[in-house]
Design a protein around this ligand. Structure first.
Ligand code: ZN
Length: 430
């Protein structure tokens, strides 16, 4: 994984706006209606090539395929795994369910969420490798000759699949998530074998507390989150930690979010996950303050942070100075080389749904790149200036020492301090 060694690198969480004709094909396919399969494959490949170019133009260093081939970041698995069929209703999130006026206004703005959430009704196994092989081939082709620093590809974590597709088959939740983990392992390994950074999407470790798993007590939710991380770690046991990132968030929608479980409660569990990079929502008004956790909780040596420095639920374009400020806060807590600038969540979580304007999404990514450049300038210049100052002070102390040596009039004991310890000869090195 590329790290911010000489400047702050930029990336995002995965989904990007899909072209309208492709969205229509995706939705028809998802509804089980007839669609032109050859046209779908052609337009997906072309759209992935275009979206990689557009990310580079916007100044994104670590790019992906925008999840353009998928109807949603979690529901896409029904094409790849056996055991899912039919439709299940979405449970209203705890924070929005008591606000009918808000929900009606929101639906007018975002459109109805048209996606199929198929429950698990039979044994889960991998039934078709072709969809992820096509995704890998499309991204590989798009990266050929690209100026992007690196490519990543997202995949649903075992726990996320169970949060979106309710269990109607396995005797226990544990049996269900373990079966999903075993079935998803091949997709994870194929992405890593292609040389991409694998991002595992895990809103099941945070968002699910007030959505799909809202019936669990907090203690039982945390127990389930621990199980999900154990299953995830087993499923990625053959992939180096340095080639993986893990994303958690509390749901990519503008809502009260006043039922979100605090990061502090899930962090000890998140830190047990194998992936090296933690991609955490951190820019919106409900979670921005949580950066301060990193002043008290040391980031383990083998982890880095990809905090959200852009909110992905509004059309505000963050000022680059604000982006820089956010980056610098994290850099001050964990070190500049251990921060990559990211986004709170995706820009196109579900095809045909959401209130973000596609073009404004790219303006936001441009603002992130500008902000990262400002932060890099300050973070790297600061260190260079500090080093130059230390060198100057050392040189000054050195010339003072040689003057003392030239005099050589006082006895050696007199040159020692009162405590008998030699005084430091110059400013302490950091
Ligand atoms: Zn997210």
């Amino acid at each position: 994984m590329k790290l911010s060694t000489d400047r702050i690198l930029t990336t995002h969480v995965g989904s990007l706006p899909r072209p309208k004709p492709l969205t229509e094909l995706l939705l028809a396919k998802d509804r089980g209606e007839p669609y032109d399969r050859a046209e779908f494959e052609r337009s997906t490949a072309a759209a992935v090539a275009a979206i990689v170019r557009r990310q580079v133009e916007a100044g994104v260093d670590i790019v992906d395929d925008g999840e353009l081939s998928k109807p949603g970041y979690s529901t896409y698995i029904v094409d790849r795994l056996s055991g899912f069929a039919g439709r299940s209703e979405r449970v209203p999130p705890l924070d929005t369910r008591d606000y009918p006026n808000f929900n009606a206004a929101m639906a007018r703005m975002t459109g109805a969420q048209p996606l199929r959430r198929a429950p698990c009704i039979a044994a889960v196994t991998l039934k078709d490798r072709a969809p992820f092989e096509r995704d890998i081939a499309n991204l590989r082709a798009a990266m050929t000759g690209s100026a992007a620093a690196e490519a990543f590809m997202t995949s649903a974590s075992p726990g996320l699949v169970t949060a979106f597709q309710p269990n109607q088959y396995y005797p226990t939740h544990q049996a269900y998530v373990e079966a999903v983990g075993a079935a998803m392992q091949e997709e994870y390994e194929a992405i890593a074998a292609a040389g991409f950074v694998l991002q595992l999407d895990c809103p099941d470790l945070a968002m699910a507390h007030h959505t799909s798993f809202q019936d669990l007590s907090e203690a039982d939710f945390l127990k389930r989150a621990r199980l999900h991380v154990e299953v995830l770690n087993r499923a990625v046991r053959n992939i180096p930690a340095e080639q993986m990132r893990i994303h958690i968030c509390w749901g990519n929608y503008e809502g009260p979010h006043d039922h979100d479980i605090p990061l502090a409660k899930v962090l000890p569990i998140l830190l047990k996950a194998k992936p090296m990079a933690l991609v955490i929502e951190a820019a919106n008004p409900r979670h921005e303050h949580e950066w301060a956790i990193w002043r008290e909780t040391p980031l383990p040596d083998d982890k880095i942070l990809i905090p959200g420095v852009l909110d992905t639920s509004t059309n505000y374009v963050e000022h680059p100075e604000l982006v820089a400020e956010r980056i610098e806060r994290f850099a001050s807590a964990v070190g500049r080389e251990r921060v990559i600038a990211g986004t709170d969540c995706g820009f196109g979580t579900f095809a045909g749904f959401g209130k973000l304007d596609p073009d404004i999404s790219f303006k936001k990514l441009e603002a992130m790149a500008e902000g990262a450049a400002i932060a890099s300038k300050r973070l790297w210049q600061k260190r260079t200036r500090a080093r130059a100052k230390a060198r100057a002070a050392k040189a000054k102390a050195g010339s003072a020492r040689s003057r003392t040596a030239a005099r050589r009039t006082r006895p050696a004991a007199a040159r020692r301090t009162k405590s008998g310890v030699r005084a430091p000869s110059g400013p302490r090195r950091r």
